[in-house]
Design a protein around this ligand. Structure first.
Ligand code: SF4
Ligand code: SF4
Length: 402
């Protein structure tokens, strides 16, 4: 390549050529293997992974930002899996999204969610008073659910062993999911709590590639958790929340937190293996297909816990093909699900997943991410698949032996 054609002073060129071997975009061989893996590639429009890397490698920041590719990319890293040089697409795309010249391309909903999260602790703008009101309402229902007048959903309990960090949907349109999780904690007989200071597992700073925002959001989780002196932060089923809080956390905040981080399926598998929780698989006497959320599986290596848990609560796991590191994105990743203007686009990005669900021929599908859960449910309705989509932890709650 003629170096006179490369703008080595560009922000992207500088940012993306400072990583250790394997993350240096100058090493791109232009082979195009990445294109063959993008599930958008044969669809309508979408990103061209090789083109993204070439534009970044040439320092064509403005031209790249002007394309829709940096927001079309689902940050799924399916292309990265086959890159001979190990170039990590989500790093490149998030760096491009983070450029000041790309600020006006950030979807309005995502800007608003970030503002809410930073100012109120919740992307949906739930205030502390609303949080308390919601939790106390669910708590009353919970007493009936477990038929125990002493049962409740605790919050701000200093010294509790477990702190549960819910998905915002569990405090809004999916209160039943919070009740189902509370039932699992109740059955475990371990002390647990929610926190009114940070109500939300999400980190949309990750979507916009702004590390300083992602760090601020991560600290909004870490510092109150440490003040409560918990042992374990238990993450609601959330793909990017898991990737940020379990996989990237130490790099983001520059230290180890004073607690361990587990996803809900990871905690439940541990408790089942210790005999603390017992499940009855006959409650679901059929096989259930499993969808790997990209952020939990390919991007964080979390393949096993959801499968182990699923095998304890139904007649067995049915694998979609391809799966694990080769799994197909649900089509809602990278912030697409959080952008209300992208609903139509998500039915295009999700078509390969819908085709895969149809091929599996099973009426039940589980996943370990509430965002994937929503996207897969919408795909099932849009493509008339008739497939019921559930989360792995909610199945566990249904199978509990109390
Ligand atoms: S990260 Fe996913 S959506 Fe983005 S270019 Fe790669 S394969 Fe396509
Ligand atoms: S697979 Fe890797 S090396 Fe090949 S074109 Fe894509 S980014 Fe470049």
């Amino acid at each position: 390549m003629d170096s006179t054609t490369i703008n080595k002073n560009s922000v992207l060129y500088t940012l993306l050529n400072q990583y250790p071997l394997g993350d240096n975009i100058s090493e791109c061989l232009t082979c195009g293997a990445c294109n063959s893996r993008c599930t958008w590639f044969d669809g309508e429009g979408g990103p061209l992974p090789r083109q993204i890397i070439r534009m970044a490698a040439l320092g064509l920041d403005e031209a790249l930002v002007k394309t829709s590719m940096i927001w079309d990319c689902l940050l799924c890293n399916r292309c990265t899996e086959v890159c001979p040089m190990g170039i990590t697409m989500d790093k490149v795309v998030r760096k491009a999204r983070s450029l000041a010249i790309a600020d006006d391309k950030i979807p309005g909903d995502i800007k608003k969610g970030i503002k809410n999260r930073l100012e109120l602790g919740d992307v949906n703008g739930l205030t502390k008073e609303e949080f308390v009101e919601t939790v106390e309402f669910v708590s009353e229902e919970f007493i009936d659910e477990v038929n125990d007048p002493l049962a409740h959903i605790p919050y701000d309990q200093k010294g509790a062993k477990l702190l549960y960090l819910p998905n915002p949907r569990e405090l809004g349109i999916n209160l039943m999911h919070l009740t189902a999780m509370a039932k699992l904690f109740y059955a475990s007989k371990q002390t647990w709590t929610l926190s009114s200071r940070h109500t939300d597992v999400t980190n949309w700073g990750y979507f916009v590639g702004k590390d300083e925002v992602a760090k601020q959001m991560a600290l909004m989780v870490v510092e109150p958790a440490e003040e409560l002196q918990i042992e374990t932060l238990v993450l609601s089923e959330c793909g990017h929340g898991y990737h940020v809080l379990k996989y990237l956390l130490e790099d983001l905040i520059g230290r180890k937190p004073e607690f361990e981080v587990l996803s809900m399926p990871e905690l439940l598998v541990r408790y089942a293996e210790k005999g603390i929780l017992k499940f009855d698989p006959s409650v679901h006497p059929y096989k259930i297909a499993y969808h790997d959320p990209c952020n939990i599986a390919r991007k964080s290596g979390g393949y096993d816990a959801p499968r182990q848990l699923l095998s304890m609560v139904c007649d067995g796991v049915a694998e979609l093909t391809p799966n694990r590191e080769d799994g197909i994105c649900c089509g809602g990743g990278g912030g697409a699900l959080q952008d209300s203007t992208a609903t139509k686009k998500r039915m295009i990005t999700g078509k390969p997943k819908a085709d895969q669900m149809k091929r599996a021929g099973l009426p039940n599908l589980a996943t370990a991410c509430l965002s994937c859960h929503r996207q897969l449910g919408e795909l099932s309705a849009h493509f008339k698949l008739g497939i019921k989509v559930v989360t792995v932890a909610s199945l566990a709650s249904e199978s509990l032996i109390l």
